[in-house]
Design a protein around this ligand. Structure first.
Ligand SMILES: C[S@@+](CC[C@H](N)C(=O)[O-])C[C@H]1O[C@@H](n2cnc3c(N)ncnc32)[C@H](O)[C@@H]1O
Length: 280
């Protein structure tokens, strides 16, 4: 990671503009409408493996970093947690607050860059830090992120991290023949500036204006080593083919809001990972 502070500021500005613009289409999208409707019916839009790993969250404190429109954050509140969500896109936090008020749940949302989270908390620490799908690639510095996570946890507290598998970050669409191919580097943790996707995972038919985004693919080596360096103990690591968006053009919708590769690759390639870690 060799970017300058100026390059970070530039990248955050691109990413924030792109995410903020995507919020209104996401709010209206089939995927997020299904999540909001589930919440209205008292069902958290959280996969069962995640709720099982978290255990009984009743009365526990939880902070969700990069919470987007806060639907998962509110899901934890439905399960009895006192939850806090953090995201730097003002439109996303507006939607999160609107839904929180409608559902009258015990959740607080903070509009901030994830690295500045501490500045918005009064020394508070949490029983659970939750990070969900589509988060780490927007962060340049895993060492700083891991130290933040450790500082946010109470002793005995748990990090529950569910994100895109580093293998997926390496792949791109291949048009002729239709498929996928190694397109991006795996090693290096270097910044990628991408401007060729004018849609989004939840709003595939909407054309957006702010499409320059910076990403930092991180290897498992980096993620795990930085968590260990920050003093956390890794307690589990699971890889799965679950895919909640059409990540590649060749993917097929195998059940509502679930996609997979076709043919011999069905169920055979990792798309997500879930890692838990504990603060001693
Ligand atoms: C893919 S979305 C997360 C989606 C979420 N898992 C869900 O299902 O709703 C990524 C989120 O990260 C946020 N984000 C990206 N970089 C950030 C940063 N540096 N600080 C805070 N939020 C950030 C974006 O605004 C966006 O809401």
């Amino acid at each position: 990671m060799t970017d300058t502070p100026r390059e970070h500021a530039e990248a955050y500005a691109w990413n924030k503009a792109a995410w903020d613009e995507r919020v209104s289409a996401h709010w209206d999208s089939a995927m997020y409408r299904a999540h909001a409707d589930a919440l209205r019916q008292g069902k958290p839009p959280l996969d069962e493996d995640l709720t099982q790993l978290a255990g009984d969250v009743h009365g526990k404190s939880l902070i969700h970093l990069q919470c987007h429109m806060g639907m998962e954050t509110l899901g934890w509140a439905l399960l009895g947690a006192r939850s806090v969500g953090v995201d730097f896109a003002p439109n996303a936090i507006d939607k999160a607050n609107t839904l929180r008020d409608e559902l009258a749940l015990d959740t607080r949302f903070i509009c901030a860059n994830v690295y500045d989270t501490r500045d918005h908390l009064d020394g508070e620490a949490f029983d659970i830090v939750f990070v969900s799908i589509g988060s780490l690639c927007w962060l340049p510095d895993m060492s700083r992120w891991a130290r933040l996570v450790a500082s946010l946890l109470n002793p005995g507290g748990m990090l529950l991290l569910n994100d895109v598998h580093p293998v997926v970050n390496m792949l791109g669409d291949h048009d002729h023949p239709p498929g996928f191919a190694v397109t991006y580097p795996y090693l290096g943790d270097e910044r990628l500036v991408l401007d060729d996707d004018e849609n989004s995972y939840a709003a595939q038919d909407t054309v957006f204006q702010n499409n320059t985004m910076a990403e930092w693919p991180h290897t498992f080596g980096t993620i795990i080593t930085e968590l260990v360096n920050a003093g956390l103990q890794i307690t589990s690591m699971h890889e799965s083919a679950r895919c909640v968006w059409p990540a590649f053009k060749v993917m097929e919708e195998t059940s509502p809001f679930r996609w997979d590769f076709p043919g011999k690759w069905r169920g055979k390639l990792p798309v997500e990972f879930t890692l838990t870690a504990r603060k001693p």
